[in-house]
Design a protein around this ligand. Structure first.
Ligand SMILES: *Cc1c(COP(=O)(O)O)cnc(C)c1O
Length: 355
C-alpha cells in the first residue's frame, strides 16, 4: 500500500496560511518586546506569567526527546492528548464525507471528536477476549477511511492488543493508524514509537495524565513523521500548552525516578487488588490488565455502581459498553482507598446475595 500524506490531507489545510506571531519571526531572547500587547510590569500573581509561552515548547521537547528517544521534530505537544485527537480529525476528515474506524469497546473521545467534526464512525468491535480482528478491520476500510484508532493497552478492557495485528493493519492500510498508548508506562510492552521510522502512516499518542500524575496540567504527546507533525503544528492554536505547564513539566523531568517508583507502587497495589477481588465469591471476573485499572464483572453492575456511589465510592460503570456487560472499571487507588472500595463492594454484593 502506498501512503500518500498529501492525498490524505484536507485540501484547504494544505493551502492554509497559519497564524504567525511576531515571535515566530524573531526568536532571540534579548530585546524590547512590544509586539504582543503583553503587560510589561509583570503579573497580578507573585510569579510572573506576563509573557506568552513558546508556541513550539522547544525546551520541553528537547528534554522529552532524551527521555522518549524520539527526535523533537517528530513530536507534537497538545493540551492533553485529546487535543491531538481533535486536530487529527480537523486535518484529515472532511465533514460529512470521510470516516474513521474504531474498535469498541474503546476510549470514548474518538467517537466524541468524530461527532464534533461530523465524521462517520465505522465500528469493528474487538473480539470477546478484547483482541483486534485485523482482517475485519482491513475489510471495513473504504476510499473515505482516513484514520484507524487503536488503543493499547486498551481502555476500558485494560489488556494490551496483539502487536502482530497492529503491524498487519499498519502494512495493509494507506491511511493514518493512531496507536493510543495512554497506559504504556504500566505495560511490559515496548512503545510503538520505535516503529516510527518504518511506518510513515503511524502516529503514537501518549499522555502525562496517567502514570506521570499530571492530569491537571494537560499535556499530551503525539509522535509521528516530521510531515504529519508539521500539519498538526500548522493548525493548532498558537499557545496551546500554557507557560505554567511547560515550566512545571520541565522541572518534573528532573525527577524521573519518582515516575518509576510510583508505577511500581501502583502495579503492586494492582496485584493485591486482583488477589482481594478474587476472594469475593460474587465477583465473576477480573480481566487481565496492563494498565492502572481493572475491568471487573459483577452481578447487576449498574446497580452495584449506584450503591457504591451511595457509599461515596466512585468507579466507572461500563456495563452498557460492548462486550462489557455487567462490568465496572475500577482505577487502582492507594492501599487505603482500595481497602475502602473492597469493603464497600463486599457489603453491596453481600446485601445483593441476601436479596
Ligand atoms: C486518559 C486517556 C487519555 C488521556 O487524555 P488526556 O487528554 O491526555 O488527559 C487518552 N487516551 C486514552 C485511551 C485514555 O484513557
Amino acid at each position: 500500500m502506498a501512503f500518500d500524506l498529501s492525498k490524505l490531507l484536507r485540501p484547504h489545510i494544505a493551502a492554509l496560511k497559519p497564524y504567525s506571531s511576531a515571535r515566530d519571526e524573531y526568536t532571540g531572547k534579548e530585546g524590547v518586546f512590544l509586539d504582543a500587547n503583553e503587560n510589561p510590569l509583570g503579573s497580578i500573581t507573585r510569579e510572573a506569567f506576563n509573557r506568552y509561552p513558546d508556541p513550539y515548547q522547544m525546551a520541553l521537547k528537547t528534554r522529552l526527546s532524551q527521555i522518549k528517544k524520539v527526535p523533537a521534530e517528530n513530536m507534537f505537544l497538545g493540551n492533553g492528548s485529546d487535543e491531538a485527537i481533535d486536530l487529527l480529525f480537523r486535518a484529515f476528515c472532511r465533514p460529512g464525507m470521510d470516516n474513521v474506524i474504531i474498535l469498541p469497546p474503546t476510549y470514548g473521545m474518538y467517537e466524541v471528536s468524530a461527532g464534533i467534526n461530523d465524521t462517520r464512525v465505522v465500528k469493528v468491535p474487538l473480539s470477546t477476549d478484547f483482541q483486534i480482528r485485523e482482517d475485519e478491520v482491513l475489510q471495513a476500510v473504504d476510499a473515505h477511511t482516513k484514520i484507524i484508532f487503536i488503543c493499547s493497552p486498551n481502555n476500558p478492557s485494560g489488556n494490551k492488543l496483539h502487536r502482530d495485528a497492529i503491524y498487519k493493519i499498519l502494512k495493509g492500510f494507506d491511511g493514518l493508524l493512531v496507536v493510543d498508548e495512554a497506559y504504556i508506562d504500566f505495560s511490559d510492552e515496548p512503545s510503538f514509537c520505535e516503529e516510527l521510522d518504518r511506518f510513515p502512516n503511524l502516529l503514537v499518542l501518549q499522555t502525562l495524565s496517567k502514570a506521570w500524575g499530571l492530569a491537571a496540567l494537560r499535556l499530551g504527546m503525539a509522535y509521528a513523521s516530521r510531515e504529519i507533525i508539521a500539519i498538526l503544528n500548522k493548525i493548532k492554536p498558537p499557545y496551546n500548552v500554557s507557560g505554567l505547564t511547560q515550566q512545571t513539566v520541565l522541572q518534573a523531568m528532573g525527577n524521573m525516578d519518582k515516575l518509576g517508583g510510583m508505577v511500581q507502587d501502583i502495579l503492586k497495589q494492582k496485584e493485591k487488588l486482583i488477589k482481594d477481588l478474587g476472594k469475593i465469591s460474587r465477583v465473576e471476573k477480573v480481566f487481565p490488565s496492563q494498565s492502572n485499572f481493572l475491568l471487573v464483572k459483577v452481578p447487576d453492575a449498574h446497580k452495584v455502581y449506584q450503591q457504591l456511589i451511595g457509599k461515596k465510592i466512585i468507579v466507572r460503570d461500563r456495563s452498557k459498553v460492548q462486550h462489557c456487560d455487567d462490568c465496572l472499571r475500577i482505577t487502582v487507588g492507594t492501599e487505603g482507598e482500595n481497602k475502602r472500595m473492597l469493603q464497600a463492594l463486599n457489603e453491596v454484593l453481600e446485601a445483593q446475595a441476601n436479596d
